[in-house]
Ligand binder design. Structure first.
Ligand SMILES: [Zn+2]
Length: 94
């Protein structure tokens, strides 16, 4: 699980973190007890980065009344390299 960086709402009633608790890196929120400052209840997802897109969350910040987060598109190809060092994209050579 990621949860390596947790940020709090300005009123300290919510915490936000990136977590892979569902198998993907998604943005999650959790209530914080205003007195004890301890987490309350289960985290709930704010944004899933795997539902209907190839976008993944790269980072986030908590503003006064909004959460900002960056998304990067994740795509990929399989490339081949010959022993001689020449490289080709499999989508063009197959
Ligand atoms: Zn998710």
């Amino acid at each position: 699980m990621i949860d390596e960086r947790t940020l709090f709402s300005p009123d300290m009633t919510m915490s936000y973190s990136l977590s892979d608790r569902d198998g993907y890196t998604c943005l999650w929120a959790r209530r914080v007890d205003p007195v004890t400052k301890r987490p309350v209840g289960e985290p709930r997802p704010i944004h899933h980065s795997h539902v209907g897109s190839r976008l993944r969350i790269t980072g986030f910040a908590v503003g006064r009344d909004r959460i900002f987060f960056g998304l990067a598109e994740t795509t990929g190809n399989v490339w081949l390299a010959n022993w001689s060092g020449s490289v080709s994209d499999t989508t063009r050579s197959m």
